[in-house]
Design a binder for this molecule. Structure first.
Ligand code: ADE
Length: 243
């Protein structure tokens, strides 16, 4: 899968896509990532990409013509163009699964006070927001979406089971994990996990996931299976160790 990021701050995007799992996935050829400096398509000697808002108000607004030229140069035949902005559609695991089925994503990172709304109206395929808060720009948001989508691409994560059982994949938060030491400062690993009884462990994990979801995300409870990427059976894989 191919990812392009169009940004006024390419340096912000560079490091997160060079290291760890995403960096290795690029090296292995599972994904490709290109970061494009929007100023290449900006205006005049000063490479201006923004201007004052019509109707007045504070701050500067990203110009539609600059963004249009950038998208035109990058999207090619295949690009599905996503505008990152706080007023976009909420990004969820379900959206990540949907986007992971596409072959080519192009992220447009908004910056400054805003972006000319004709970009949203005419130039992009969709808008996404990563949450109900305002960042200084769309770069970190685009990197969040890229990361969440890329790890779903076959081969990017070594262990496909870790996707099967993780938070949200069944519409619930993930069950708790434990490893050695078995007792630390008097904090013991739950006995059931040492029992070797696979069916009991599976039941315990399922119950823990349900209780945790009820306590922390009651809005998710009752939606079990709704975000499953693994097919129609929301119980598939539950109870198998994830690591
Ligand atoms: N740009 C600024 N804030 C954002 C957010 N919450 N989501 C996506 N893009 C953004």
């Amino acid at each position: 899968m191919r990812f392009d990021l169009i940004t006024l701050h390419p340096e912000i995007c560079a490091a997160p896509v060079q290291h760890s799992i995403i960096g290795r996935a690029r090296d292995a050829g599972h994904i490709s990532v290109a970061v494009h400096d929007m100023r290449r398509w900006a205006i005049g000697r000063h490479r201006q990409a923004d201007d004052t808002p019509y109707g007045g108000g504070s701050g500067m607004v990203l110009r539609v013509d600059v963004v249009d030229r950038a998208i035109d140069a990058v999207r090619g035949e295949t690009g599905h163009v996503v505008l990152m902005e706080p007023s976009g559609v909420p990004f969820t695991q379900r959206q990540a699964v949907r986007l992971a089925s596409l072959e080519h994503l192009v992220f447009v990172c908004g910056h400054y006070e805003g972006i000319d709304d004709r970009v949203r109206q005419h130039l992009v395929d969709e808008t996404l927001s990563i949450g109900d808060y305002v960042l200084t720009g769309g770069e970190l948001a685009a990197l969040v979406v890229l990361d969440a989508v890329a790890r779903l691409i076959p081969g990017v994560l070594g262990n496909a089971d870790s996707i099967k059982d993780e938070s949200f994949s069944h519409g619930l938060l993930e069950y708790p994990h434990f490893t050695r030491p078995r007792s630390y400062r008097g904090w013991d690993v739950p006995g059931v996990l040492i029992s070797g009884h696979h069916a009991r462990i599976a039941r315990w994990r399922k119950e823990q996931a349900r209780l945790r979801t009820l306590a922390i995300r009651p809005d998710l409870a009752g939606q079990e299976g709704s975000a499953s990427h693994a097919g129609k059976d929301p119980d598939s894989g539950v109870g198998e160790p994830s690591a």
